[in-house]
Design a protein around this ligand. Structure first.
Ligand SMILES: [Zn+2]
Length: 403
């Protein structure tokens, strides 16, 4: 079926010239964009004369199964937060609760303009079921931890295989399987190496947390005599399929390694600040080295919402603040991080509005008060510095309108 986004007030294309088009149509055929132009025809038409049409935002790092834990613990030291509140609450999360949490989080993401997310958690079969039912796009991995001795390595790896099978059975091109070793400090060397082999075997992404806190860095130096990225490099873990969340505490040498191996980084500024990670991901140096950097919200317990507009806003501010330089993280760069860079990391044909791309699109209310005064050369500024999820009016994923 063909759907037409008719007479779009503005189209933020994110094409190579970063063009913003006025009063044009977007023709969708099946799940892809077929054409952009004027006076196009289709079976079904959506009037977009009062909309800004933009690519759906891509949340490159989250744990949506934690949605039910939102608000149970804030303003605490990381260790107490984790050990006294989060882990005990997590132990009571049944698969059915994870399913409910997932439906809540997916609705929240869609309503705030996110059309694709990269997730790592427990009971991922249930997350996959919710994704299938509601219609968002997702990359799902079973979070793997074995260093505490409670979780046998082989059992976790088997669960990863089971998730791969479950996702295969769902037969949806919107749902992809990934491998998810939690972090170098929660996984044994054996588990990290086996995870990497598994990702290679399935030819899928390998989603991990790296260098989130200063304690992680200190422990890594103490236990392995190496910083986190150096350690992962020494065991042959890093390659272009790795998506590394956080990377707050890394050196220029580690940045070189990430660039050499083609690792993508998921910047999660609000989570890092809320948990007082201290270090701020060095965006300038990562980009100068050619590392692909996207944006993620992390979970609703460390954020506490999944609104990627707010994440963009915070990213721009914290990066400027960190470098004492207001020219760092300009709006277009940050908008790229939340769209095309996310798509590049996940290796999907999305993140921009161009012929042949996936029709994952967000229609903003052009009359929303946060988008005024509205004129073409202010749109990217508005999207990063002023808008939030309440500006979202309609959302299409895979060519289908679901909000
Ligand atoms: Zn995380």
């Amino acid at each position: 079926m063909k759907t037409l986004l008719k007479n779009c007030k503005y189209i933020v294309t994110q094409n190579s010239k970063r063009q913003i088009l006025e009063n044009q149509d977007v023709l969708i055929n099946g799940n892809k964009i077929e054409k952009i132009g004027k006076n196009l025809k289709a079976d079904e038409t959506i009037d977009c004369s009062q909309n800004i049409v933009m690519p759906g935002l891509i949340n490159l790092h989250t744990h949506i199964g934690m949605q039910l834990l939102r608000g149970i613990a804030d303003d605490m030291h990381l260790k107490d937060w984790l050990n006294k509140k989060i882990l005990p609450a997590e132990s009571k999360l049944t698969p059915d609760k994870i399913y409910v949490a997932s439906t809540m989080a997916i609705q929240e993401m869609l309503r705030t303009g996110t059309t694709c997310f990269n997730d790592q958690y427990i009971s991922m079969n249930k997350v996959a079921d919710a994704v299938k039912e509601i219609g968002i796009r997702a990359f799902l991995s079973r979070g793997l931890v074995d260093i505490d001795g409670k979780n046998p390595t082989e059992k976790r790896l088997k669960e990863t295989d089971e998730l791969a099978n479950h996702i295969k059975q769902l037969k949806s091109s919107r749902i992809s399987f990934a491998v998810g070793p939690h972090a170098p400090y929660t996984c044994s060397k054996n588990l990290l190496i086996k995870s990497q082999k598994l990702a290679k075997k399935y030819n899928v992404l390998n989603h991990i947390h790296i260098a989130e806190t200063r304690k992680e860095l200190a422990d890594s130096l103490k236990n392995y005599g190496k910083r986190p990225v150096e350690y992962l490099e020494s065991i042959g873990f890093l390659d272009k399929k790795v998506i590394a969340a956080h990377c707050c505490w890394i050196t220029k040498g580690e940045i070189k390694t990430l660039a050499k191996r083609g690792v993508s980084v998921a910047h999660c500024p609000r989570s890092n600040m809320k948990l007082a990670s201290g270090g701020i991901m060095p965006l300038k140096e990562l980009q100068e080295a050619g590392v692909n950097v996207g944006l993620g919200t992390d979970s609703a317990v460390s954020n506490n919402n999944l609104d990627m507009f707010e994440e963009m806003h915070t990213c721009a501010l914290v990066q400027k603040h960190n470098y004492w330089d207001a020219t760092v993280a300009p709006a277009q760069t940050v908008f790229d991080m939340a769209t095309i860079n996310g798509a590049k990391a996940l290796r999907i044909n999305a993140g921009s509005i161009e012929k042949g791309k996936l029709a994952d699109l967000v229609l903003l209310d052009a009359n929303h008060f946060l988008l005024q005064p509205l004129e073409k050369n202010r749109i990217i500024s508005h999207l990063v510095y002023s808008a939030n999820g309440s500006c979202v009016q309609k959302v299409l994923v895979d060519g289908k309108q679901i909000i």
